[in-house]
Design a protein around this ligand. Structure first.
Ligand SMILES: [Zn+2]
Length: 340
């Protein structure tokens, strides 16, 4: 088993979070990664510092102009005048009919909601989060010994809500999509299984018309819950991708038995697809005391989840994404690791 991370992922430090009609205390804090890193240390596992794979695999999924926005928007925002807030945070949402002339128009185009601000060091963390995920994919592409290995990437900020050309839901670059696309150089069929509390609408959207990348997700019902506009059962893909997008929305308040009922169905879907590689989007926000939780998974539940994935006996890349009950991230991640 290999575990990857990069220290520069701690630099991104959101100051604002506008959600459900009010400004809130940001939940996606650098401390999350500090706590997660305690788990491998406690278990005596080495964490590999990710190396730079480059920008090309990112641009294979995301629009160049959007990536340019993520990289340069902070400087352009601060240069408007002295009244600007300390991070790029739009209050105007206009993805279409917007030529993006001026940084405020670009922010209106590329920020999908109030939960993905861009500060001075955000791009550095965003870039190294993608690189951390890419290290696992690159290892599978280059090293025969890794065929049956399990690789875990501590990725912050997370990725599954990021669209080809928009940030949102604490996400900027869609790491799962980037590595799935990168893996296609060598492998024919990639399955992404998402068990984060929230539906990964960015991944769904990117692969919606394709049958080479299966997306299956267990998540809280999106009715009045993020990402609100996607994640229903009837969203099954389009064209040759029809049937390769499989959603399992859980009623809010689902208990642990119920969670695993949906996870087992999601895994059955994955078995039918018979992928060459499995990418797991792991969210600790399904934990019972998480501020984002709409279900009740226990610490022990993460061990069970890990065992179910390990039993599939395929190359597995785990991307650690959501999870905002900071004081329990260490315990919950240790539980997951012990299941592997
Ligand atoms: Zn989440």
């Amino acid at each position: 088993m290999k575990i990857y991370s990069h220290e520069k992922q701690k630099l991104h430090h959101p100051k604002s979070y506008f959600s459900r009609g009010q400004m809130r205390e940001p939940q996606e804090k650098p401390e999350r990664l500090v706590e997660l890193l305690k788990a491998p240390e406690a278990l005596g596992l080495t964490v590999i510092t990710a190396k730079d794979i480059g920008i090309e695999p990112i641009l294979a999924v995301h629009d160049l102009d959007y990536v340019d926005f993520l990289k340069h928007s902070y400087d352009q925002w601060m240069a408007v005048d002295e009244e600007m807030g300390e991070e790029v945070q739009t209050t105007i949402y206009m993805a279409n009919n917007n030529d993006g002339l001026g940084i405020l128009a670009k922010a209106a185009k590329y920020q999908a909601d109030g939960s993905a601000p861009i500060g001075k060091h955000s791009w550095t963390s965003i870039y190294w989060s993608a690189q951390t995920a890419l290290n696992a994919a690159d290892s599978l592409l280059n090293d025969e010994d890794d065929q049956n290995n399990i690789q875990i990437c501590l990725t912050r900020p997370a990725g599954h809500h990021a669209r080809k050309n928009a940030a949102g839901g604490f996400c900027y670059l869609n790491n799962a999509a980037i590595i799935a696309q990168h893996l296609r150089q060598k492998f024919k069929k990639i399955a992404i299984i998402d068990t984060d509390m929230h539906h990964g609408q960015g991944i769904q959207e990117i692969f919606y018309d394709r049958k080479d990348v299966l997306y299956t997700s267990v998540h809280g019902s999106p009715i009045d819950f993020y990402p609100v506009v996607a994640g229903h059962e009837h969203e099954r893909g389009t064209g040759e991708g029809y049937g390769y997008n499989v959603n399992f929305p859980m009623p809010h308040g689902t208990d642990e038995v119920g969670f695993f009922h949906y996870v087992d169905q999601s895994i059955e879907t994955l078995k039918l697809f018979n992928p060459d590689v499995i990418v797991h989007v792991l969210g600790f926000d399904v934990y019972k005391d998480d501020p984002q939780a709409k279900c009740h998974v226990s610490t022990e539940g993460f061990q069970v989840l890990a065992q179910k994935l390990k039993e599939l006996n395929k190359p597995l890349i785990v991307l650690v994404e959501g999870g905002y009950c900071i004081e329990k991230l260490n315990d919950n991640f240790q539980s997951f690791l012990s299941g592997l």
